[in-house]
Design a protein around this ligand. Structure first.
Ligand code: 13P
Length: 250
């Protein structure tokens, strides 16, 4: 039995509206009960205030952000700082999602700096790593995910024990083409070995899987020894699907 409590986090990406968020959170609150795992929802930052209010008075569902600035504050137009997120009761922050690496050109170093900023503010970073289809086909999967995690390890040392890692193969995101449980498990084991070799308390660090995880395939993925939860995109926008995944993690 793993000593790690599973975590299921919904990454809403750039979806939602005041009305849709309200309906979704209401359904999640009604259905979630007393989950045996940790649960979080990560709305677009403009809705964090709304979500803080919608989630008030309960502890089953925590609030997460999708990104944060590597800077503390000042002249960084459009950015949101870790301290500001903390102000809104944010408990987790996704860092280095492949969509940000791809579309915003985020580098391994920037990701590592963001992780440091989150940790300093008392926010748990969910650090995303993952290879593209081409990298997988070229046999580079291990090399890529280890390079991405190593930048974070290098800058953050033992503070890595306070982070969550998410393995999200880029080719599985939003494609319906989920990694098989064996494919995912094997990369998770590589990441845990890397954490161990770096002197982290590897048995305590949660490693989530993300990439077309849904109500139908979650149980099998979550049964793997090194898969400690899920980072859910599309299926997190439908309350029954998200709640099914939460139940599968219990
Ligand atoms: P999908 O679940 O939509 O594939 O997205 C996964 C993801 O990118 C979560 O961060």
């Amino acid at each position: 039995m793993s000593e790690r409590k599973k975590l299921v986090a919904g990454n809403w990406k750039m979806n939602g509206s005041l009305a849709a968020n309200q309906a979704l959170v209401q359904a999640l609150r009604q259905g979630v009960g007393q989950p045996a795992c940790d649960v979080a929802v990560c709305p677009p930052s403009v809705y964090l205030g709304q979500l803080q209010q919608l989630l008030a008075g309960q502890t089953a569902i925590a609030l997460g952000a999708q990104d944060l600035s590597q800077h503390e504050g000042g002249a960084f137009t459009g950015d949101v700082s870790a301290t500001m997120l903390k102000d809104f009761g944010v408990r987790y922050a996704i860092v280095g999602h492949s969509e940000r690496r791809q579309h915003q050109g985020e580098t391994d170093l920037q990701v590592a700096l963001k992780v440091r900023r989150a940790l300093a503010a008392g926010i748990t970073p969910i650090v995303c790593v993952g290879e593209t289809l081409r990298e997988r086909e070229e046999g580079l999967t291990e090399f890529i995910v280890k390079r991405q995690l190593s930048a974070v390890l290098h800058l953050n040392g033992h503070a890595i024990n306070e982070t969550v890692v998410a393995y999200e193969p880029v080719w599985a995101i939003g494609t319906g083409q989920t990694a098989t449980p064996a494919q995912a498990q094997s990369v998770h084991a590589v990441l845990r070995a890397q954490l161990r070799a770096a002197g982290a308390q590897a048995e305590h660090v949660r490693i989530l899987y993300g990439g077309s995880m849904n109500a139908g395939n979650a149980a099998e993925l979550l049964a793997q020894p090194d898969i400690d939860g899920g980072l859910i995109g599309g299926a997190a926008l439908k309350a029954p699907d998200f709640l099914t995944i939460v139940a599968a993690a219990a």
